[in-house]
Design a protein around this ligand. Structure first.
Ligand SMILES: *Cc1c(COP(=O)(O)O)cnc(C)c1O
Length: 404
């Protein structure tokens, strides 16, 4: 019975993506002649490393995307998060409210600051941090002394919260910002998956004090590796640039540094690729949104006891990764479905294991995680590359396939 069901899900996925008999990856970057032209130009210029015109240009283009916020490009999203948390004032022994359901990088960035993740449950619409549940929880465990929030159970300061926009679906940020402001908790947005997503018409990544983006190879656009720090405050942006360039005090020849900085600047070569990729973001977004509605339509039509995760009402998602949510009765066959799809060359993945399943985070403080646990058991990510589902791209894949 479960095999028949799993095969029907495979057929539905094939119907959505629109072609058969090729291996289909979860999310694959695509490059075109413009990408090559930009990268070639950068190499020819000789400025491939940590200074160059493409870094400035990429930051400027991103700033326009981020509703005019300041942007500092860095080597990857994890580094962006690390510095963002430091900019938020996170110090050794602080606690940082972190979703239990996130990629490991969110928690690791907290650890790089010497701080401790304090795990928060998800709500089931966006799969992100549940602001309402957090408010109730803080009322129970938090005490405010001066203008700082403390965990009454551990005695540690709760300095920041890092909501993450899961698969590109924006968290209800107004509510979260409001709750955190009430407790003097600084909000750092992990928008690594959410470039191009809008929350009430505003850009994800620029919705709080400071935010982080990623341009890793599997994200909606890629610079090979890369990330960015986003902030509205010019003085915070200035500090971000300083800390990510070894904290070197600008001087014509002297090597003077005022604090321990980081070698986190994005190389010009990566920024060149970013400039050409970013020019295509709108096209990617409309293709990804079209693919998501194909998933929704096809799965609704076939009634496989599987739902497709759709954007919250308050948001326009970039649909970075599409997700099937298994029902209570189909969840028990999750592993069979993973088995059958991957056997047939359709790359599917379960969602990340919750953070406290990892040995290094097994005993960090955490609230009740009922919803995150249910999502962990029922989410399966399915192929989401922007070229899937459209005829023209299908043809280009076939020709590439026959070429090899
Ligand atoms: C990709 C990702 C990161 C890290 O970005 P890198 O550029 O790979 O370092 C951080 N958080 C989340 C949620 C991500 O998905």
């Amino acid at each position: 019975m479960e095999i028949r069901w799993a095969n029907a899900v495979v057929d539905a996925i094939k119907e959505v993506v629109g072609y058969q008999d090729q291996a289909i990856s979860l999310h694959e970057p695509r490059f075109d002649e413009t990408d090559l032209a930009f990268v070639t130009d950068c190499v020819r210029s000789g400025w491939v490393s940590s200074v160059g015109a493409y870094v400035d240009r990429f930051e400027k283009m991103l700033s326009e995307r981020m509703d005019g916020a300041h942007v500092v490009a860095v080597v990857n999203g994890t580094a962006a998060l690390h510095i963002s948390l430091k900019l938020a004032g996170v110090e050794q022994n602080d606690e940082v409210l972190t979703p239990a359901l996130t990629f490991i990088a969110t928690a690791n960035a907290v650890s790089y600051c010497g701080a401790i993740p304090h795990l928060v449950d998800s709500e089931s619409v966006s799969c992100g941090m549940d602001a309402r549940k957090l408010a109730d929880y803080l009322q129970e465990i938090a005490v405010i002394r001066g203008a700082e929030c403390y965990n009454s159970l551990t005695g540690r300061r709760i300095k920041a919260a890092v909501p993450m926009h899961v698969f590109g679906h924006p968290v209800d940020m107004d509510m979260l910002n409001e709750v955190c402001a009430r407790y003097h908790i600084t909000v750092v947005e992990d928008a690594a998956e959410a470039l191009g997503s809008l929350y009430k018409g505003r850009s994800a990544g620029a919705l709080s004090e400071v935010g982080a983006l990623s341009f890793n190879g599997n994200k909606i656009i890629t610079t090979g590796g890369g990330g960015a720090i986003i902030t509205r405050k010019p003085e915070v942006a200035k500090m971000a640039k300083h800390w990510t360039t070894m904290a070197r005090i600008p001087h014509r020849w002297a090597y003077e540094h005022d604090v321990i900085g980081y070698n986190y600047r994005l190389p010009n070569l990566n920024a060149a690729l970013g400039c050409s990729q970013l020019e295509r973001l709108d096209g990617m977004l409309s293709r990804k949104r079209a693919l998501a509605s194909r998933y929704a339509d096809v799965f609704q039509h076939h009634q496989l006891d599987v739902s497709v995760l759709m954007e919250p009402n308050h948001a326009a998602s970039n649909y970075w990764l599409n997700s099937l949510i298994l029902s209570e009765s189909t969840a028990q066959f999750r592993d069979e479905l993973l088995e059958v799809t991957n056997d047939q060359g359709i790359m599917t993945r379960p969602v990340w294991s919750l953070l406290h399943r990892m040995p290094m985070y097994s005993d960090v403080p955490r609230m009740d995680l009922t919803v995150a646990e249910r999502l962990e058991a029922t989410i399966i990510n399915v192929p989401s590359s922007p070229f899937l589902g459209s005829k023209e791209m299908r043809d280009s894949i076939v020709s590439e396939h026959t070429r090899n």
